[in-house]
Design a protein around this ligand. Structure first.
Ligand SMILES: Cc1ncc(COP(=O)(O)O)c(C=O)c1O
Length: 454
């Protein structure tokens, strides 16, 4: 039976004595829900009643309700008011759902953010070898195959305490953010960034603080300002950033590490591009290993369906992540781990990866040169995506789609308001690049005479 609204207001008044900001009120309601004091389906008191009881403005309470809604804890039901969601909360499609990445039937599917299937290394020989070596009988064997653990430790850019495996980067990031934040904690995110990263921060009930990038990586002044707000996490993509293609320089990594060092914050690096990157790994972990967790993806280079990522960092964090998996999936399939260990050490596979990197580089360079010839300046340092400023997002999407080119809308990537952009998965332009470049140039915003640093 939902508790009477007045009781809830009184409880809230007691629970928010220390912090009556929107975040503080939302966090207090979150705790009442977690403690079961606000049951599934309970109606929150009206904004006006709570504002009166707590002595804050209705706007503050409205903002708190919005934060709770974003985290999926409550929903508004018209005249029935705002109700606590059941424990089986439907996860809203969020920003990821707005990407339109699965557009089919177009000549150039450049909305996907995924590698060109024809540039993934062939698996047949590694699969044949797997057939002779696989043992698939054991619950109790170590969750990470010792031979794979050895390869990963060896490749890690600095000595790392513990490495575990998850079902892809997003699985790792989702688990880490939930593990390391409490409702209402602040998390530094890049602007722009990969939309699911913003979705998973919101789903954990954390509050993003956005920091922009320049050509060398996350902006140090922006990070310094964000750190004064005592964030719990700093979430960044070190190489071939999605959507901009920016790779952090080693000197920027060192600068950012020194900024983070005095703070109780943990850096989580989403190195999703892995072996498709044309530069060596770069990580804040080289300087602040006790504050850095690096997530290394294999989907882009070896195939999204491998569903494997490696997580390396301080034992206290990575072992807790692995322990959390032990009560759910248990471990990631050792069959796939065996396949990955083979691919990482197989000369023919590594040769085909080198060829893929060259092809992606050619496609990026052709796009950059073709746009430059039409007066559009675009930077796109590495990876498979680029971030194209356009005059108008909706107009660009429609105009390109009618000519057979699907690109992703820019808005879901934006952690703060910005000028319109679209994300173009340049790595998927496998034919007709001159034609596509001409279409993209038509959609692009005119490049200003002097370009401000991004
Ligand atoms: C920045 C970023 N992180 C994570 C992922 C997903 O990686 P995984 O397939 O390893 O979950 C992607 C895929 O596009 C990505 O662009």
């Amino acid at each position: 039976v939902p508790p009477p609204a007045t009781t809830t207001t009184a409880r809230l008044a007691a629970a928010t004595l220390a912090d009556r900001s929107a975040r503080g009120i939302a966090a207090a309601v979150g705790r009442l829900i977690s403690a079961g004091e606000l049951a599934d389906g309970a109606r929150l008191p009206t904004v006006r009643a709570v504002a009166g009881e707590l002595g804050v403005s209705p706007g503050t309470v409205g903002e708190a309700w919005r934060l709770l809604g974003d985290a999926g804890l409550v929903s508004t039901h018209g005249r029935n008011g705002t109700l606590v969601n059941g424990t089986e909360r439907p996860r809203r499609p969020g920003r990821y759902g707005r990407l339109g990445a699965r557009v089919t039937g177009v000549s150039w599917p450049l909305a996907s953010g995924t590698p060109d299937p024809s540039l993934l290394p062939p698996l047949d020989r590694a699969l044949a070898r797997l057939h002779h070596s696989a043992a698939v009988v054991d619950y109790l064997a170590p969750p990470v195959l010792p031979e794979l653990a050895a390869v990963l430790q060896d490749r890690w850019p600095h000595p790392v305490e513990t490495v575990c495996l998850t079902s892809g980067c997003l699985d790792a990031l989702d688990r880490l953010v939930r593990q390391l934040t409490r409702f209402g904690d602040k998390v530094v995110v890049e602007h722009p960034t990969f939309p699911p990263l913003l979705d998973l921060v919101a789903a954990a009930g954390a509050e993003p603080i956005s920091v922009t990038l320049d050509d060398d990586g996350m902006d140090p002044a922006g990070l310094a300002a964000a750190l004064t707000q005592r964030p719990r996490l700093v979430l960044l993509q070190p190489r071939a950033h999605n959507p901009t293609g920016i790779t952090m320089t080693p000197s920027r990594a060192a600068t950012l590490a020194e900024l983070v060092r005095p703070h109780p914050a943990i850096v989580i690096e989403d190195d999703h591009i892995g072996d498709l990157a044309t530069t060596p790994p770069v990580t804040l972990g080289a300087a602040i290993p006790h504050q850095t967790v690096r997530v290394l993806g294999f989907s882009k280079a070896y195939g999204p369906d491998l569903r494997l990522a490696a997580v390396g960092g301080p034992a206290g964090i990575v072992q807790t992540l692995a322990d959390g998996m032990a009560i759910g999936p248990g471990w990631t399939s050792r069959l796939l781990q065996r396949l990955l260990a083979d691919l990482l050490t197989d000369a023919a596979t590594q040769t085909s990866l080198a060829a893929a990197r060259r092809t992606y580089t050619e496609r990026r360079e052709q796009l950059i040169a073709g746009l430059a010839a039409r007066g559009v300046e675009l930077r796109c340092a590495d990876g498979i995506n680029c971030w194209l400023p356009v005059a108008d997002e909706a107009d660009a999407l429609v105009r390109l789609a009618t000519q057979g080119v699907a690109v992703a809308p820019g808005a879901p990537f934006m952690a703060e308001p910005d000028s319109p952009h679209v994300r173009v998965t340049v790595g998927r332009i496998d034919h007709g690049i001159d034609h596509v470049v001409a279409l993209l140039a038509d959609a692009a915003a005119p490049t200003p005479a002097t370009t401000a640093p991004r």
